[in-house]
Design a protein around this ligand. Sequence first.
Ligand SMILES: Nc1nc2c(ncn2[C@@H]2O[C@H](COP(=O)(O)OP(=O)(O)OP(=O)(O)O)[C@@H](O)[C@H]2O)c(=O)[nH]1
Ligand SMILES: [Mg+2]
Length: 246
Amino acid sequence: MTHASPDTTPGKTHSLIDSKLAMGWMHTARFFTTAAQLNQLPKVEVPEIAFVGRSNAGKSTAINTLTQQKQLAFASKKPGRTQHINLFSLGKQGVTDAVLADLPGYGYAAVSRTDKERWQRVMLNYLMSRESLSAVVLLCDPRLGLTELDEALLDAIRPRVEQGLKFLIVLTKADKLTRAEQAKILSITKLNAGGGEVRLFSALKKQGVDDVAQLLWHWCHPEGMPQAAPVTQATPDDGTPEQNQP
Ligand SMILES: Nc1nc2c(ncn2[C@@H]2O[C@H](COP(=O)(O)OP(=O)(O)OP(=O)(O)O)[C@@H](O)[C@H]2O)c(=O)[nH]1
Ligand SMILES: [Mg+2]
């Protein structure tokens, strides 16, 4: 063999088509609604993916990078910027087939204790009771690793993970680490991820963007998109109602 063999890491999808499809889908993100409390959130009938993590971990920036939009989610140098649950709709031709939720971060020292506790309660409630929640993306600054609050969150969602809730730990700001440090924190986090996925990510260097987008796309389209499937033969008429094909 003279040419480099493709990366066949299990769980990774490396097709160019998949990447274009996933990135195009992410780019359709548009603002849906914002809510200060759980009971103000509208009911959603499509898979909802929540971005959670410590304040300043890079949640809003990751949403902007994944959706290839500069200011969809409000990112800031000042921690504690996101104070509401912000929902964004995804889907081609204006048809929503998934929702992203940008949640306020936790662990921000300057917030009063009552506010911290209130928010932790709201978030745990959201994670445990939101019916449409189908995946959790936990953003983590690899220089800090999984903190006590991250671990508490993982514990809280464990029963739902056992029932099929998908979960991904995104190690943000990978550009701040050397390659060797990245490899080390990746394997340590995988050991602690309890069956969840783990990816390195840098908004600055656009590292891991494709990979995360593809994972989210596949999670929301487990059977693939009708237009993405190669048409090899006519589908037998089995009486199944037509899917909403474009
Ligand atoms: N170097 C580097 N900086 C990043 C990256 N992602 C985010 N940041 C920076 O980290 C800071 C916080 O980013 P946000 O996206 O606002 O963080 P957040 O998790 O949404 O914060 P809260 O809304 O407070 O919970 C900003 O200054 C970003 O520019 C990255 O991949 N690399
Ligand atoms: Mg934010």
